[in-house]
Each structure stands twice: as C-alpha cells, then as structure tokens.
Design a protein around this ligand. Structure first.
Ligand code: HCA
Ligand code: CU
Length: 361
C-alpha cells in the first residue's frame, strides 16, 4: 500500500494540489501498487477534491481513505467512490488517560460505532489501534476481538513512533495475525528500523505493508516504496511491480516536496549504480552481477564508472572505448595522470587530457 498521499503529505515540505494528487495516484497505479491510501479527506477542501478526482479515475489499485473514528469524517468518505476506509484510534493506557480522558470501554464503544457506521454504508474497513507497539496487550486483545466480531476487513499494526525492536515487532505481528484478520504493518523510521520491522512483519504473516515514495511521512517518515518493493521482488519473488518506474517516481516527489534524497540512498540515490574502485569497475565491466545484486537497468537506471585516483586500467579503457578509442599506450598514460591527480574525471575531461598528450584528434 502506498501512502505517499496520506502519510507522505504529513511530511514537512509536502503539499499536493488536487491535480498533483491525481497525477501521483496514476503514476502509482502504473507502477502497480495494490492499494493507494489517497488521503485524509477531513484535512482540507483540496485534499477532499484531490481524492474525488482520483476516485473518479477508475484506477486498478484499491483506494483507501483515512479517517478518525468520527461520523463527520466517515460521511465525507461515503460521498466518494472509494471502497476502503482506514479508521484509527489510540488505545494505550497513556492515550486513554492523558489524551482522551476516557475508559477503555468508552473508547472501544467509539471504535465500534465508527466501524459499524462505515460497514453499514458499504465500506471495507481497516482498523488501526494507533501506537500499537506501545499499547498494552490487554487493550489490544480486546480491540482485536471486537474487530473480529465486527468482521473488520483488515487490521493494521502501527509502530507510530518508530521505536519497536524488530524481534519484538515480529512477535507482536504473529500474535495479531493469529486472530485471523488480514494484517497490515505501518512502520515509522525514527530509529532507522522501519524497513527491518516491515520485513519482520511479512515474516510473521502480515500481507500488506504501508510505504511511501522516498519514505516520506511524519518526522522522518516510514518505509520506502522502492526498498520494500525491491525486497518483495528479490527475496519473495513478487514480480508484478514495475521497478523501472521507481526512479521517476522518486524524482517527481523530490521535486514537489523539495526533500532531496542523499546520494547514497538505496535504489534511487544518485550513487546507487556508480562503481568507483578499480577492482570493482573492472569486475562490473565484465559482468555487472559481481557488484550489483540486481542490474541498474531493472530500475530504469544507468550503470556508471567513477574516475579518480581509485580507478584502474579497465576504467580508463571503458571510458575511451565509449568514444571509439582503443589505444593501450594512451590508456597507460591517462591512468598515470588520473592516479596522480586529486580530480574527478568526466568522460569529457578525460578526452581533454588525451588531446593534451596527443592521443586523439
Ligand atoms: C497518523 C498516525 C498513523 C496512523 C496509521 C493508520 C500512525 O494518523 O498520522 O491509520 O493506519 O503512524 O499510527 O500514521
Ligand atoms: Cu504513520
């Protein structure tokens, strides 16, 4: 499930106009996500308008709109052509006492009313006990039994503060899965463990993972769509996502949000398919598989060789052969120039050097 349009828009910097929201949803549908969380309609008129545009588009993906356990939120969604509603409510003792000042019984009643209301109006319901990982098991157990009784269609386990340990998360997901309700995981990245927790969630039986393009979301965000879909491809044999679209998706969101990825960010970062050390470059020129677990082309990217003092002869030869030059002496000379320089050489810069020493016209 991609949640760029809901969790992602909660990221400082993100703000999607209705038209943009539609464009992003179309691109995600094209990529092949199974669910799109389209937004939280109660946030603003333009979020509602954007969701309306998406819901009229007839996309292949299931659409889910986010909602508090309140009739007025649910009513907004009833007017849209969206099949799923995601209702959330925090049931930890701390939340119940210090935030809402209600008993667990009152809270469950409120959740029940919201779920019944949504279901009575034909919506499929995902229920999330927010901050699941820090909620007392006693309370969760009551909520899950209720969810089962009400025939809730999915439950989601949220590590809302991104603080769970992967082994703990695994155990928790296993316990929740044992209730027999299809289970979702929603993992925040505050400790850099979102992806690890999501993978543990899958291992424990979760069948849906929330992700966003570039991993954006509240604070430092959640699971990155490129990373999780590549893990699903590589480790779980799920081949229906069009991974070659990931780079473009990432670029679009970087531009709209102004949140730029680090160069060394997995899959979509600028350095993800650049090879530098002479030994690496030489091996990769023979066969990319030596240093790429999946080829750059699968992600719509181009493999590059980086040329500085770390370069080897094969790196120079590779650059020269690209421009149609095969000359061993020239290669040797250029190598010694590159290796004694502090510069980074682009192909043009290397040719300039070759011209200086009279190697090429
Ligand atoms: C939020 C919190 C949430 C909700 C997840 C969900 C979380 O509303 O911003 O509704 O499934 O991390 O708990 O994103
Ligand atoms: Cu969240």
């Amino acid at each position: 499930m991609d949640s760029t349009l809901r969790e992602g828009e909660q990221s400082p910097g993100a703000n999607f106009s209705p038209k943009r929201r539609l464009e992003i949803a179309i691109a995600l549908d094209d990529f092949g996500v199974d669910f799109i969380e389209v937004g939280h309609p109660a946030v603003s008129e333009d979020v509602l308008e954007g969701i309306r545009l998406i819901s009229e588009q007839g996309l292949r993906a299931n659409l889910l709109a986010h909602s508090r356990a309140l009739r007025k939120d649910i009513n907004l969604i009833l007017d849209l052509n969206v099949d799923w509603i995601g209702i959330f409510f925090c049931l930890s003792n701390t939340c119940l006492q210090r935030r809402f000042s209600i008993s667990i019984e009152r809270a469950l009643e409120r959740v029940e009313n919201a779920i019944l209301y949504a279901k009575d109006h034909g919506l499929k319901v995902r229920f999330t006990p927010e901050d699941t990982t820090r909620t007392e098991w006693e309370n969760l157990e009551r909520a899950l039994s209720l969810a089962k009784e009400l025939k809730v269609d999915r439950v989601s386990i949220a590590d809302t503060t991104g603080s769970a340990h992967p082994l703990y998360f695994y155990e928790l997901v296993r316990r929740v899965v044992s209730f027999g309700i299809p289970t979702n995981v929603h993992c925040h990245n505050d400790l850099g463990l979102a992806l690890a927790n999501a993978v543990m969630g899958i291992e424990a039986g979760a069948t849906l993972v929330d992700a966003t393009i570039n991993g954006i979301g509240e604070r430092v965000g959640i699971v990155d769509l490129a990373q999780i879909s590549t893990i699903l491809y590589y480790h779980y044999g799920i081949k229906h996502y069009r991974l070659e679209k990931l780079y473009e998706l990432s670029q679009i969101i970087q531009e709209i949000t102004g949140i730029r990825m680090q160069k060394n960010y997995p899959i979509v970062g600028e350095n993800a398919f650049i090879h530098k050390a002479g030994l690496h470059a030489s091996a990769v020129i023979k066969d990319p598989r030596f240093y790429e677990f999946l080829p750059a082309e699968l992600f719509g990217r181009k493999r590059e060789i980086y040329l500085d003092k770390y370069a080897g002869k094969d790196s120079i030869r590779f650059y020269l052969e690209r421009t149609g030059i095969r000359d061993e002496k020239l290669t040797e000379k250029l190598l010694s120039i590159v290796k004694t320089s502090q510069e980074v050489f682009t192909p043009e810069r290397l040719l300039e050097e070759a011209r200086k020493i009279g190697g090429v016209e």
